[in-house]
Design a protein around this ligand. Structure first.
Ligand code: PLP
Length: 400
């Protein structure tokens, strides 16, 4: 059989939605080359909290995972009541927001929560509005659910803000939902109170659902009180978060969707979501039984992260102040900062040069949907010494 026929057979066997271009980009190839050379790499993209030197309350976590009736299976579509009550207590204690356990559905991750919502809200080819720049995983999640993402731009003018006029223009008759990331990854800005009111009206008037991704909500670097979307009533709202960032425990695979909004819409959404969740029953029993203890352990973790974020940001500012070529964008929360670099080449080319010449790994802005060059994204949870040395090398390279 010729190679061509074999290709065609393979081609027809698989769905179009999984026909991704899986060819590695130049940046990934360069990273593999430097990693396999054994040369020590300063990785400023590190965002896995379990690999960033934070101390966890290991004994307590282990005990929590082994306690209760872990050998008994008594499934509940929306998640075990004890776990949903723990999430409800988190909202009350951390954000002063009352969410009944009945208005929560547990999922194995925020990614799964998105899939549930896309399936709940969209027919094939329907559209969801997302902010750009933004989080890169959305494209794959949307592909897998046959949803079309339509980007609306964020503007930078005395801080990041939504371009509400562009948002209105981006909406079509196929639009079903609007996603906001609060604070956004990688720009680190929160949706302002004024924007929140406008967004609720925007969604309510057009019968769109509002999806608020709040995985970084607790990591605020600004003085203002940040407000969760979880009690927004003006439009049907789904608020997403989970242990992955709140407790620095992505391996536990416990996240949730909280829903709020007009009663009729909310009730219908709850009933349909319950069927979706019942179809998968994806969250494991041990982590649900441990949810209360794991959530209680967040204080110690978040304290360490906040110290790290503040130290790294102030180190970044200190080094930036000693030169004039590079600056950073305002950042109010979350785990990343965006640097403004000279746009003399593409961001990917710059990132590859930094790898080859300085052994520093950074994400080019392109990966986060920055349309123009001149942006590099840095993780602020990288251990402090590594962060300082990495930034030193980046700035030395840019100031040659
Ligand atoms: C904005 C945003 N949402 C969701 C996620 C994924 O979270 P989870 O681990 O709960 O799937 C991430 C991961 O970095 C993220 O940055």
């Amino acid at each position: 059989m010729s190679a061509e026929v074999r290709y065609n057979l393979a081609h027809t066997m698989f769905s179009d939605r999984t026909r991704w271009n899986r060819q590695e980009n130049e940046w990934t190839i360069a990273r593999e080359r430097v990693t396999s050379s054994g040369w020590p790499l300063l990785d400023l993209t590190r965002s896995n909290p379990t690999e960033c030197g934070f101390a966890y309350e290991e004994e307590g976590i282990r005990r929590a995972l082994a306690s209760g009736e872990v050998l008994r299976y008594s499934p509940n579509a929306n998640g075990m009541a004890v776990a949903r009550e723990a999430v409800s207590a988190y909202y009350k204690n951390q954000h002063g927001v009352a969410i009944a356990a009945d208005n929560l559905v547990l999922t194995s991750g925020t990614s799964e929560a998105y899939s549930f919502l896309f399936r709940l809200l969209c027919n094939a080819g329907d559209e969801v509005l997302i902010p750009a720049p933004g989080y890169p995983l959305f494209d794959f999640l949307a592909d897998l659910c046959d949803v079309k993402l339509v980007r609306f731009p964020l503007l930078y003018d005395h801080g990041w803000q939504m371009d509400l006029a562009a948002l209105e223009q981006a909406a079509t008759e196929r639009t079903r939902a609007l996603i906001v990331v609060h604070p956004n990854n990688p720009t680190g800005h929160y949706v302002s109170d004024a924007e929140r009111v406008r967004l609720a009206e925007f969604c309510h008037d057009r019968d769109f659902a509002l999806i608020a991704d709040e995985v970084f909500l607790d990591f605020s670097l600004c003085e203002d009180n940040v407000r969760s979307f979880a009690d927004l009533e003006g439009a049907l709202t789904f608020t997403l978060s989970g242990l992955s960032k709140i407790c620095g425990l992505p391996q536990m695979k416990l996240a949730w969707v909280a829903f709020s909004g007009p009663e009729g819409r909310k009730r219908e959404a709850a009933a349909r979501l319950e069927v979706i969740a019942d179809t998968y029953l994806s969250v494991g029993t041990p982590v649900q039984l441990a949810a209360a203890a794991l959530l209680e352990s967040r204080g110690a973790f978040q304290k360490q992260v906040m110290t790290r974020l503040c130290k790294n940001l102030s180190e970044l500012d200190c080094q930036l102040a000693q030169q004039k070529v590079c600056t950073r964008f305002e950042c109010n929360g979350g785990w990343t900062a965006v640097m403004r670099v000279p746009a003399l080449q593409s961001d990917e080319e710059l990132a590859i040069a930094l790898l080859n010449e300085g052994n520093v790994l950074m994400h080019p802005g392109l990966f986060y949907d920055f349309v123009r060059p001149g942006h590099m994204v840095v993780s602020l949870i990288v251990p402090e010494q590594e962060f300082a040395e990495g930034i030193r090398r980046v700035l030395a390279h840019l100031n040659r």
